[in-house]
Design a protein around this ligand. Structure first.
Ligand SMILES: NC(=O)C1=CN([C@@H]2O[C@H](COP(=O)(O)OP(=O)(O)OC[C@H]3O[C@@H](n4cnc5c(N)ncnc54)[C@H](O)[C@@H]3O)[C@@H](O)[C@H]2O)C=CC1
Ligand SMILES: O=C(O)[C@H]1O[C@H](OP(=O)(O)OP(=O)(O)OC[C@H]2O[C@@H](n3ccc(=O)[nH]c3=O)[C@H](O)[C@@H]2O)[C@H](O)[C@@H](O)[C@@H]1O
Length: 433
């Protein structure tokens, strides 16, 4: 099938390369000339494991191309995917200006029947708006569909190539048929295509993210209670997750959830509900708990040093909002660093992939180090924010020798408190003392 994917960010690139790998001809287009220039040079502008290989393979096979010619890609395509950003507007709603701009361009370049599928996460009712915008410019037939994407960064290729479900929402039967045949090869083992109306598909995406975020905020809130009660949240997590009705995933307490999606999608969902006169109380609490949680690590460090961090050096391990990505959007590490700097600390930060994305934010107010152990040199505290593999079993003897005061703040509960205390460290985690 001839496809156009508009927007070459995390979703557009993974989807474009994934569709091409299944034999489709895919034109990935973007208005960002710098990004397209890098892609044309064979560089991948984001860090996502396996993406460089998948792009190289499909570009070489002639199935995947990159360009800034959005109009040309639309004209050649049978299916046009909209995969542009939908960031938070100032009032917390989703900013749909990029989606609507693309809809205009599609409308102006219609030359026969096309399916227009929105992969971007968009509020309920957006498909109707997209349809209305396109219809203003053309008399050619077309079908609009909502096709939300569920991939997670760091494991995006696997999620896209072997989806646990594909949601396609449209009131146009021809569009549903075309998308079903496009996705059939991805879900050969069982029927994992959920076809529904566009509004239900749009809401499914927000419901999924909000429910996952709810589990995390619930555990983060409970973790604070566990500390007060002298319980170990990690034991509680494992035992609670053993109930198959609950399951073990997304129950990890931590420094608060970040990323480009949970925070903005929750905010947008609350906004949508509010506009309909409905107060989504649970989701509002999820958002509030998360805002508070992002300050927990900073508060713990300040409390440990009696509130005064002037002259103290704090090493920070992990800047990306999660491992296996260089994405720092809404990362809890940014809140921690702000809190530490505000309290007068000197911050030495390390991350395997994300340093260059953080550098412009704090400039020379933060020292960035190339190796993880350098962050511990002369430090009074070492705070772990992102659970990259290399931080999981470090050489603690070496760390103890390097640090001025051996105190550890384990934001992901990945280290063993008893072992570390036996080695002479002061240790605190999240919800386990
Ligand atoms: N990042 C993720 O893991 C996931 C993101 N999503 C959703 O997918 C959408 C895209 O997210 P990301 O890929 O992370 O965004 P991104 O910010 O990485 O990429 C968006 C791209 O769209 C381009 N763009 C903006 N306006 C354009 C226009 N008028 N014409 C052509 N290109 C244009 C930008 O230059 C940028 O390269 C969002 O709605 C997001 O919520 C959904 C699932 C997963
Ligand atoms: O809509 C989206 O963009 C995507 O949002 C999330 O994916 P992503 O943000 O890439 O990453 P997650 O693995 O969900 O992690 C989000 C945040 O929650 C945190 N988290 C996750 C799990 C957990 O148990 N505890 C926890 O604190 C992570 O550290 C991270 O900061 C969803 O998992 C995807 O299904 C969805 O497609």
């Amino acid at each position: 099938m001839q496809l156009a994917v508009i927007g070459t960010g995390y979703v557009g690139l993974v989807a474009g390369a994934g569709f091409a790998d299944f034999g489709n001809d895919v034109a990935c287009v973007d208005v960002d000339e710098g990004k397209i220039a890098r892609l044309l040079r064979g560089e991948v502008p984001i860090y996502e494991p396996g993406l460089d290989t998948l792009i190289a393979k499909n570009t070489k096979a002639g199935r995947l191309s990159f360009s800034t010619d959005v109009a040309g890609a639309i004209r050649n395509a049978e299916v046009v995917f909209i995969a542009v950003g939908t960031p938070s507007a100032a009032d917390g709603s989703a900013d749909l200006s990029a989606v609507y701009a693309v809809a205009e361009t599609i409308g102006k370049n219609m030359n026969g029947f096309k399916v227009v599928a929105t992969k971007s996460t968009v509020p309920v009712g957006t498909a109707d708006q997209v349809e209305a915008i396109i219809a203003r410019h053309t008399t050619h037939p077309f079908g609009v569909a909502s096709n939300p994407e569920f991939l997670k960064e760091g494991d995006a290729i696997n999620d896209f190539m072997k989806p646990d479900r594909v949601v396609i929402g449209s009131n146009n039967t021809r569009a549903l048929e075309v998308l079903r045949s496009l996705y059939d090869p991805f879900v050969r083992t069982s029927d994992r295509i959920h076809a529904m109306g566009a509004r239900s598909a749009e809401l499914t995406k927000y419901a999924s993210n909000a429910l996952l975020a709810t589990r995390i905020s619930f555990m983060n809130d409970l973790a604070l209670l566990a500390e007060k009660l002298g319980a170990d949240i990690d034991r509680v997590r494992k035992a609670v997750g053993a109930d198959p009705r609950i399951g073990p995933k997304f129950l990890f307490p931590g420094p608060g959830f970040g990323g480009s999606c949970f925070p903005k999608d929750i905010s947008a969902l609350i906004h949508t509900a509010h506009a309909m006169g409905h107060d989504l109380e649970v989701v509002r609490a999820v958002e509030e708990v998360n805002k508070r949680q992002k300050h927990v690590l900073g508060s713990k460090v300040k409390q440990h040093f009696d509130g005064a961090l002037a002259g103290r050096v704090v090493g920070v391990w992990g800047l990306a909002f999660k491992p296996q990505t260089d994405d720092i959007r809404e990362s809890p590490a940014l809140t921690l660093i702000e809190d530490l700097l505000e309290a007068g600390a000197t911050v030495r930060a390390h991350d395997p992939q994300a340093i260059e994305n953080v550098r412009p934010l704090f400039g020379d107010r933060v020292t960035y180090v190339d190796t993880m152990y350098t962050a511990a040199e002369g430090a009074d505290a070492l705070a772990l924010v992102t659970e990259w593999h290399e931080y999981r079993r470090p050489d603690f003897h070496r760390i103890k020798r390097l640090m001025r005061t051996p105190s550890l703040f384990d934001g992901r509960n990945i280290w063993d408190p008893e072992d570390l205390r036996a080695l002479g460290f002061w240790y605190t985690g999240i919800g386990r003392g």
